[in-house]
Design a protein around this ligand. Structure first.
Ligand SMILES: O=c1ccn([C@@H]2O[C@H](COP(=O)(O)OP(=O)(O)O[C@H]3O[C@H](CO)[C@@H](O)[C@H](O)[C@H]3O)[C@@H](O)[C@H]2O)c(=O)[nH]1
Ligand SMILES: [Mn+2]
Length: 558
């Protein structure tokens, strides 16, 4: 192996097949569009003739459709798929794998039940990765003691869950998802025994958490188990509370081990300070607090972010992503690796279009082809440096070894918690570049898309990676009003980017490729496309009622 493996890349890119045929097909459509425009112009009723207004409206709508179609071609001509080689990574870097911080965000204990949140946490704790290199942070914008309690329970349960997952190599590693189905190999006596034990432990834990929520209080004997509960002695509400940071598992501690005697990952609960009169900037605010708090504790160079309703479905996901960051030739340019949003509750007919096949298999891969994969929030791994506002430069060297962590080994848990609380305070961001040049951008409902764009405009590349086995699985809206609210927020938020100073054609000019600028606009112009669509629908039906001909008749063509 030796030399030869050293020269093999850690990941490869391949063009989608059938590019030439697609280009031929697309050019026929383009000719078709031109002919439609021409037909409209030539046959336009002249001034005073009936139906002129309808024809003008049709023409304008068709112009919009045509241009939008042209924009969509940018990504379709450049579809590129990426393939990481995790075995090569292990061969070359097993001893030098970087630390990884995992951020999970939750905002409301009712909409996002604590048991769901800890299932996400428990799915990332048993990653096939050196546990002492993992630190997991839960940001609770709900400031709920039930979420804190659930996380405390999870920290205990993980001592059984992690060894169980690793010993029997079970998947998926979210207990709820795993126990949803009966185990297949219960004939194996040892396994069956363990399976029943763990399942019982999980269900007991779940009932304790749910019972406490139902009763509206946490039993005193449980409260006595951890100093953290004292944070809720004063009045704590979702909108108004002080910073809370509790390190539930200190991964540096060699005595913190699971039932098999193996080290545990660091586990931290945090709830940043909130004041009713100050903007909290939603998920972006939470992420920026997470970036700062984690910099005090573990400061890993790689950050994985997950929404609390999205669990890890592949224990090798971190290793696969690292192939992109650590590749000797191209890795240094990579700011983030985005996975598609896939769901474990997709319905057969997918009536709200959550699966979005064309988006996930073609368009996003096309943007990835320009090195400009969109940052879509959950299921994304970032290089901490690029997220913190640093510009890319070809000649900067990158250290995967973590100096700060070595330093922080001298600090006690209490010292780390105190230092972290300071950076999670509202006042910390005043007069700083946080939310502007550093971290996630504030002021946009889709903080992820805009943040991704600014990172790319600072010279970094991003990767879109859609493995055949989903790496993360989330919960898609299954009721109409939730789906509508989500789509409204996304489409409005994206239009807001287009009309701001961050419009990709202006802000991205000369910084990202024209194809990438166009690719962004497929989404940013999604909302206004409804105007020509509505026009088209209305004008055609009204014209039909009024007997105004808009299209050539079949016998005209012959
Ligand atoms: O004040 C807030 C509001 C939300 N969140 C968390 O942010 C995540 C996303 O919020 P959600 O309301 O679930 O929005 P979705 O539309 O489902 O999320 C998608 O769209 C968002 C905006 O583009 C991205 O940030 C998400 O990652 C992406 O999954 C969730 O984990 C929330 O708990 C917070 O931490 N604090
Ligand atoms: Mn969500």
């Amino acid at each position: 192996m030796g030399k030869q493996t050293l020269h093999l890349p850690l990941f490869e890119t391949k063009e989608a097949k059938g590019k030439t045929i697609y280009k031929l097909f697309a050019s026929t459509i383009f000719v078709g569009i031109l002919l439609i425009w021409l037909y409209r112009l030539i046959n336009m009723p002249s001034k005073g003739e009936s139906g002129r207004l309808a024809w003008i409206c049709m023409f304008l709508a068709e112009i919009c459709f045509g241009f939008y179609w042209i924009i969509t071609q940018s990504v379709r001509w450049n579809v590129i798929y990426t393939y990481p080689y995790k075995n090569r990574l292990s061969l070359r870097y097993e001893e030098n794998l970087p630390d990884v911080d995992i951020f999970v965000c939750t905002a409301d204990p009712i909409m996002e039940p604590p048991t769901m949140v800890i299932n996400t946490i428990l799915s990332v704790m048993p990653y096939n990765y050196p546990t002492q290199k993992l630190s997991i942070y839960l940001s609770d914008d709900g400031g709920s003691q039930y979420t804190f309690y659930a996380l405390l329970e999870a920290s205990q349960f993980s001592k059984y869950w992690i060894p169980f997952c690793k010993r029997f190599n079970v998947e998926p590693r979210s207990p709820a998802a795993y126990f949803q189905h009966d185990a297949s190999n219960l004939n194996d006596k040892v396994f069956a025994q363990e399976w029943f034990n763990i399942k019982k432990l999980y269900e007991d834990m779940k009932s304790r958490i749910e019972a406490s929520i139902e009763n509206g209080s946490i039993p005193n004997e449980i409260k006595a188990q951890h100093k953290g509960f004292s944070e809720w002695n004063t009045k704590v509400t979702k909108q108004d509370h002080h910073s809370i940071v509790q390190i539930l598992i200190d991964g540096r501690d060699h005595n913190m081990v699971d039932m098999d005697g193996n080290r545990l990952p660091t586990l931290v609960y945090m709830s940043r300070e909130k004041k009713p009169n100050l903007p909290h900037n939603f998920k972006a605010g939470s992420m920026n607090s997470l970036i700062r708090v984690s910099s005090q504790i573990s400061n890993a160079p790689i950050i994985l972010n997950l929404d609390c309703d999205m669990y890890s479905n592949d224990p090798d996901a971190i290793r696969e992503s690292l192939c992109f960051f650590m590749d000797e030739n191209q890795g240094h340019k990579v700011a983030y690796v985005q996975y598609p949003q896939r769901y474990n509750n997709a319905t057969k007919n997918d009536i709200y279009g959550n699966i979005a096949r064309v988006t996930h298999e073609i368009e996003l891969a096309g943007l990835g082809g320009y090195g400009a994969a969109l940052y879509c929030g959950t299921g994304c791994l970032h290089r901490r440096e690029s997220l913190c506002g640093r510009k890319f430069s070809e000649d900067q060297t990158f250290e995967w070894n973590n100096k700060l962590q070595e330093k922080s080994t001298y600090k006690t848990v209490e010292e780390l918690e105190e230092a972290s609380k300071v950076v999670a305070n509202c006042s910390y961001e005043e007069g700083t570049q946080w939310g502007k040049q550093m971290g996630l951008l504030y002021g946009f409902p889709v903080e992820d898309i805009i943040t991704g764009l600014t990172i790319q405009c600072r010279g970094w590349k991003s990767i879109y990676y859609k493995p055949s086995k989903p790496a993360f699985l989330g919960v898609a809206p299954t009721i109409l009003d939730v789906a509508l609210v989500q789509h409204k927020r996304w489409s409005e938020g994206m239009l807001q980017i287009f009309i701001s100073k961050y419009c990709p054609f202006i802000y991205g000019h000369g910084k990202i490729k024209l194809g990438a600028q166009m690719g962004y606009c497929i989404y940013l112009l999604w909302a206004p496309l409804s105007v020509p669509t509505l026009t088209y629908v209305l004008v055609t039906s009204l014209s039909l009622l009024h007997g105004i001909p808009l299209f050539p008749e079949v016998n005209q063509l012959t």
